[in-house]
Design a protein around this ligand. Structure first.
Ligand code: F6P
Length: 480
């Protein structure tokens, strides 16, 4: 079995495999979020004398599952091999739906509606067992294929327990765990039952180092460890960057140019307010539409002249909360359109198609980009927008997004819970002088293009270490 010097691990891999007629299997790039960023960074990895990089990920589709027994498979990218890990559908659902997305995601983003949830009952405790088994299966695949002393970078809350299994089976490995989400404060972690809470913090502390997008989430993690009496491992801060080269490449395609032309025709000279997100509770779509409604009410001059384009695509639709949220989003949009629409003017365009060329076209064209998450690890859209925008567009950004820490002085900050305040932030952004727009947009663009996923990956790789070794600090580390 080939042994790899560098292994990256994430729940969702870079490709989803689809079976086509005639036994053909198609590798389709994964949409949105971490996978494309990590793929971009890995494409720049030098082959060196080793065997390249192994990406270990969870099998989602039937075709993924078929490939799981094939070990490390070629991906078409010279330096990269992929190893899919399949667990039973029951374990998969318990780990992904119940624990990762239904519990840890809600916990870290402050999304629980405390009168009803969380509810840690027998079913939940059984699901926790599934989460443990899933993490163990992923750790076993890594342990099987990592060379002696290899570096292993594990991503996100789906895989928080991998550290403890690896520390046991492969203590020679240099490991880092990177959390792309926010991290909850100890008061929220206290809701999790004692056993799982301790397991979670102890397991994260079994990695050589734990990394976060901002010092806010890192500090919360360290406080959580201390609250349960666990010694935190080395920690580091390394924000992910947009991928300007990839965005420029997409912007230059015929598909993207034709979408931009179509958009211009639709806008017909109107001002464009844009959001670009998954249909996701933490992204705070509904308050964004309510703010737009208040803006049109308070500022009649925008009626008929401002279009709110919401490029959003479905996410995690196996969870009832997400399905209900999507329905609620559709209702709110219908209400706003009914109230302010007129012949030839649809105020809110809800575009649910997952089409990256269309996303890049709208990012190039916006006058104001609204990014108002309730809480967000970083929010890459806040970087991608300014990186490709061509109209000195304004960024209205939630103070609860990790990206705000880097962009506070050039974006218009907003409180994501304050609908009236969000309407005011949009209004002040739209009435900003051209000169101020130009100056801010130039600085936003400079910052958004200065860091790439390759910078991020190099820093995470440098921070990885054998558990228990507290060697020199990695970039951006303020304290262990
Ligand atoms: O932001 C956290 C994250 O887990 C990303 O790593 C990922 O790209 C995104 O959420 C999407 O998650 P899912 O795989 O559930 O669609």
């Amino acid at each position: 079995m080939t042994e790899f010097d560098f292994v990256v691990v994430s729940n969702r891999g870079p490709f989803t495999l689809e079976s086509r007629p005639g036994g053909v299997v198609e590798f389709r790039p994964a949409a949105g979020g971490l996978a494309p960023s990590l793929s971009g960074a890995l494409a720049e990895e030098p082959m060196g004398s080793g065997s390249g990089v192994l990406w270990v990920a969870s099998a989602f589709t039937e075709a993924d599952r078929l490939y799981a027994s094939a070990g490390a498979v070629a991906t078409g990218q010279d330096t990269l091999k992929l190893r899919m890990v399949a667990v039973t559908p029951e374990i998969g659902r318990a780990a992904y739906d119940v624990i990762a997305n239904g519990t840890l995601w809600f916990l870290h983003h402050g999304l629980f509606d405390h009168a009803r949830r969380p509810c840690f009952d027998r079913v939940w405790h059984e699901a926790w067992e599934g989460y443990c088994q899933f993490n163990e299966a992923i750790a076993d695949a890594v342990a099987e294929q990592a060379a002696t002393g290899a570096t292993v970078v594990v991503n996100d809350y789906h895989l928080a327990l991998v550290g403890r299994y690896l520390a046991k089976s492969r203590p020679d490995l240099a490991t880092a765990f990177f959390t792309h989400t926010a991290f909850c404060p100890p008061e929220d972690l206290a809701m999790v039952p004692d056993g799982p809470r301790l397991e979670l913090m102890e397991s994260m502390s079994c990695f050589g180092a734990c990394g976060f997008h901002t010092s806010r989430w890192r500090d919360a993690f360290v406080r959580c460890a201390s609250a349960v009496g666990v010694e935190a491992p080395a920690t580091f801060v390394a924000p992910l960057g947009a991928d300007p080269a990839r965005l420029d490449e997409v912007a230059a395609t015929v598909a993207c140019r034709s979408r931009l032309e179509r958009l211009e025709a639709e806008l017909d000279g109107r001002t464009l307010l844009l959001r670009s997100d998954r249909v996701e509770l933490s992204k705070n779509l509904i308050r964004g539409f309510l703010a737009f409604d208040e803006l049109l009410e308070a500022s009649p001059q925008w009626r008929g002249r401002l279009i709110f384009y919401a490029r959003v695509y479905g996410s995690r639709e196996s969870l009832p909360e997400y399905l209900a949220y999507r329905t609620e989003v559709e209702h709110v949009v219908a209400r706003v359109n009914e109230r302010w629409g007129e012949s030839g003017y649809v105020p809110v365009v809800l575009d649910l198609e997952d089409d990256f060329e269309a996303t890049v076209a709208t990012l190039q064209r916006y006058d104001l980009l609204l990014v108002n998450p309730i809480r967000d690890g970083l929010n890459l859209v806040a970087m991608e927008g300014p990186a490709v925008n061509q109209r000195d567009g304004v960024l209205a950004l939630s103070r609860e997004a990790g990206a705000y820490d880097e962009l506070a002085d050039v974006a218009i900050g907003l409180n994501p819970f304050d609908v009236t305040g969000t309407a005011a932030a949009i209004s002040s952004g739209l009435s900003m002088s051209l000169e101020e727009r130009r100056v801010r947009a130039a600085e936003l663009r400079r910052r958004a293009r200065s860091r790439t996923p390759a910078h991020w990956l190099a820093e995470v790789r440098r921070a990885a270490r054998v558990p228990g070794q507290r060697g020199p600090r990695a970039w951006g580390q303020a304290g262990d």
